[in-house]
Design a binder for this molecule. Structure first.
Ligand code: ADP
Ligand code: MG
Length: 324
């Protein structure tokens, strides 16, 4: 059995990157991160708990990817450039058959974003993965939730609902054939954080949030923080390619309140429509116009003809449901 320190050195302690962001990485009491003069540091934590955020026995490589992806997604939603992250890990055992692929999945994504692992903590316990991530953003350019203005367009990146569709398949809530389930499951297990898009939208978008708990619920955070309201065309929401083949009620429901999408929802001035599209095209990401910010509070859902829709749009809440 590996000791705590050989586990860290074998799987997590890597040679420092040339021209990296860390003056000092793993091995001391603290890491020392270089921060450019005048920049703000964006900081976010996300915790993944077995049986709550992922199934027991989940593929460790995908888990390594997803644990970091959800944190990078928060930086993306702030328009921040990733610098580094820490990893706090509780493990039931020092299982090398789990650690090796977990570290591979984690570092593959970290390297693509130039985001270094600079420290962490390791303990025995029920499988829990907690990452804290650090990013850089120039003052005044962070994409904040409180910056939406009446008249803004509401945009959604990529597509929504396939991760929720996969969950429904796993739970046998609906019948999906194996190929469709596998295609939808990629969205659930291997989200691609929209980091480049977040950076491209600096100085262009007003407000932004990443869609982790469902579009409607996450947009509601922008509305509340910005003290505005919105009208959204539910039929304009970009359904994922698997969800697009489902009947309309399910399509609407999962696009609106699916969860685990890790797309960006942003607001931007109507006058910057072409610029938003150009920025998205530049980073190779689809952006769909789905609604408008207005001054009267609340979220109004309409169909493609503008007729009001009464849909259940509650987002995921860990404490609102009985323990699973
Ligand atoms: P401390 O006594 O300060 O808690 P530890 O003995 O827990 O330090 O950790 C030793 C070093 O290894 C520290 O630099 C810490 O940041 C790093 N470390 C511990 N666990 C991890 C991990 N899971 N991933 C990356 N670095 C880790
Ligand atoms: Mg420690």
């Amino acid at each position: 059995m590996l000791s705590e320190f050989s586990l860290i050195s074998r799987y997590f302690d890597r040679p420092p990157r040339a021209n990296g962001n860390a003056e000092l990485g793993i091995g001391d009491d603290c890491a020392l991160l270089r921060t450019a003069p005048g920049m703000l540091t964006a900081i976010s934590s996300d915790m993944l708990v077995e049986g709550r955020h992922f199934f027991a026995g989940a593929d460790p490589r995908l888990l390594g990817h997803k644990s970091l992806a959800v944190n990078l997604s928060d930086l993306a939603a702030m328009g921040a450039q990733p610098l580094g992250f820490t990893l706090a890990l509780a493990l039931p055992a020092a299982d090398e058959a789990w650690l090796a692929p977990f570290a591979d999945g984690l570092f593959a994504l970290a390297d693509r974003h130039g985001c270094e692992l600079i420290g962490g903590d390791t303990t025995r316990g029920p499988l829990t993965i907690c990452i804290t991530i650090f990013g850089a953003v120039p003052p005044g350019q962070a994409l904040r939730r409180d910056a939406a203005r009446p008249g803004d367009d509401i945009w959604v990146s990529g597509s929504l609902g396939d991760a929720r569709l996969a969950l429904a398949g796993y739970r046998n809530e609906l019948a999906l054939d194996a190929a469709d389930l596998a295609a939808a499951a990629v969205r659930m297990h291997a989200p691609e954080p929209r980091v480049a898009l977040g950076l491209a939208l600096r100085g262009l978008a007003h407000a932004a949030i990443d869609i982790s708990d469902g579009f409607a619920g996450d947009l509601a955070h922008i509305l509340e923080r910005s003290a505005v309201g919105a009208t959204v065309d539910v039929d304009a929401l970009p359904a994922g390619s698997m969800l697009a083949r489902q009947p309309q009620p399910l399509r609407r429901q999962y696009a609106l309140a699916g969860g685990d999408d890790y797309e960006l929802c942003i607001t931007a001035p109507r006058s910057r429509r072409a610029d938003v599209q150009a920025a998205a095209a530049h980073v190779g990401c689809a952006m769909t116009l789905v609604g408008t910010i207005d001054a009267s509070p609340g979220l109004r859902l309409v169909d493609h003809l503008g007729a009001p829709l009464a849909l259940q749009a509650a987002s995921f809440d860990h404490f609102a449901m009985p323990p699973s």
